[in-house]
Every structure is written in C-alpha cells, then in structure tokens.
Design a protein around this ligand. Structure first.
Ligand code: GLU
Ligand code: ZN
Length: 289
C-alpha cells in the first residue's frame, strides 16, 4: 500500500531545445522513464527553454514528438521553463530580501584561474559600478548528498564555484536557479540525468536549502561517449537516431544502460515492453566500475 504522507515517485526528463534528440539524450530519457515505471511512479517532461539564444526553433516540438515515437509519453502536460518566469522571479526576490543573494558588477575576467568567483561584490558593488548579474551567497556551504550511482558526494561550494550566478548579465535566469525551483514544484522525488550534471547538483541543492525547499534523490548515469571518449554531441554523424534508425538507437541506448535486449525483439513497442519488465536499476552501477 502506498503511504499517503510520502509523495508519489516522480521523475522527469529535462532536455534543452538546442537541437534534435540524440542517442545520449534518448538514453537519459529512457533511464528516467524506466526508473519511474519501476517505482510505479509518474514521469514528466520539462523543456528547459529559458535561454532564447541557445534555442533552436522547432526543436522543443521535435524532441517531444521523437520521445513519443519511442513510446515515452509524459503523465502530465509538458512543462516549459519559458512559462515559469514568475516562479523564478519570486525565488530571486526571496533570496534578495533575506540577503542571501546580491548584485554583482564583475565579468568573467574577474573570476580566478579556476573559474571561481572571489567575492568582490559580496559586501556591496564598488561605488559607481554597474550591476551585471545576481549571485547567491555560498559562505561556508558544505553540500553532501548520496548519488545512487556515483556514491557519496561532498562539495564545498566556496572552493568549487564561489558565490554563483542566479541571474545572468543578459537578464536570463540561470540554469541552476530554474532547475532548483523546477525540481521542487511539482515535487520531483528522483532526478535521473547524465553524469555531466553531477557538478551542478550541489549548487541546486544549495539554492533549495536557502529557499527551504526539499531536494530530490539523485542518480547520475554515465554519458555515452564516442571512440575518443568525448560526449556524443547533437551533430554526431555516428548517431543512428539522427539517421532515423530508431530500432538501432533504442537497442544502443538500452545496451548503454546495461540492459542489452534480446536480438529477437525488433520493434520499438517490443523493446520498450521488454525493458519495462527487465529494468533493474542496480545494473547501472556496474557501468561505474
Ligand atoms: N536541460 C539541461 C540539459 O539538458 C539540464 C537537464 C537536467 O537538469 O536534467 O543539460
Ligand atoms: Zn562582483
């Protein structure tokens, strides 16, 4: 029986609409979907379209349509970050009101050699300086979390990024802020996403702590790399998905997720049904060995 006090398992897939769905993002979508179904939970799609400069027109619709061709239908209408500016705004107001965030006049050139912000404007911008961005205070924030696959993580934010940007110089809300807010409402209980985002997790947990919001659990899956060890890009010529070969793409994505399907299954429906009944999250851990 489900516990009425415990929120129902809710997972999500959150692509940025910067191009077509590719093999790497298909694997992430499948992992989050199969994990949600394994827990008898809900699965949502969120389009991270908060950065118009990086967006490719038509790609949000095309990503959703491609996911549907793989049988991956969300349990609620697709969420668009571009429609949630009021939420990001109120989170920022809350942080500023409590002096947990502050205006900063610095540019990239002011970061230290390791890309960390040294805190020049923490006690106020220099007189006459023009505000560029907003930063959140990290002070002594030590973030520890247990990643289901990567294991225990301990991050000292001041040594990692320093006070980081939550609203950019071009007035866009920063990804860390939007994602932190969006994974709290509607409540996401587990985020399954690529390992390339492991570093962002501490920043997102930090923002949610300051806003007194709950954080989900995390499972960062290994990303698909090419033969040179480089993360697959949206333009990778070797990607079967970009050539319309859905069956090969689905087989490769499941194999990457440590669930190689039997050769006899040759339809998308068949592959998805097989994956749903064979999904064992523990198998993913072996990909970390
Ligand atoms: N939209 C971002 C990306 O595709 C973030 C995804 C996430 O937080 O899962 O890289
Ligand atoms: Zn500054």
């Amino acid at each position: 029986m489900s516990d009425p006090c415990r929120p129902v398992y809710t997972g999500r897939f959150a692509p940025s609409p910067t191009g077509e769905l590719h093999l790497g993002s298909l694997a992430t979508a499948l992992a989050s979907y199969l994990q949600a179904r394994y827990h008898h939970g809900r699965w949502l799609i969120r389009i991270d379209d908060i950065d118009p400069q990086r967006e490719r027109p038509g790609s949000a619709a095309s990503i959703v349509a491609t996911l549907e061709q793989f049988g991956l239908f969300p349990d609620a209408p697709v969420i668009y970050q571009s429609q949630r500016a009021a939420l990001y705004h109120s989170a920022i107001t809350q942080l500023l009101d409590q002096d947990l965030a502050y205006p900063c006049a610095c540019s990239r050139a002011d970061l230290d050699r390791n890309g960390r912000y040294p805190g020049h404007c923490r006690a106020g911008m220099p007189p006459g300086a023009q505000q560029r961005s907003l930063r959140v205070r990290c002070e002594q924030a030590q973030i520890s979390f247990m990643d289901a696959l990567a294991g225990a993580q301990h991050i000292h934010l001041q040594q990692h990024t320093g006070d980081f940007v939550i609203r950019r110089a071009d007035a866009c809300f920063a990804y860390q802020l939007c994602c932190a807010v969006d994974d709290a409402a509607p409540t996401i209980t587990e985020v399954v996403r690529g390992m390339d985002l492991l570093d962002s997790t501490a920043q997102q947990i930090h923002i949610r702590r300051l806003l007194q919001l709950h954080s989900p659990r995390y499972a960062h899956i290994p990303v698909i790399v090419d033969e040179h060890g480089k993360k697959l890009s949206k333009r990778d010529q070797a990607d079967p998905l970009l050539h319309g070969d859905h069956i090969t793409a689905m087989r490769q994505a499941l194999t990457h997720l440590q669930h190689p399907p039997p050769a006899a299954i040759t339809s998308i429906d068949g592959l998805l049904t097989w994956a749903l009944s064979h999904w064992q999250p523990a198998r993913l851990s072996s990909a970390w060995a």
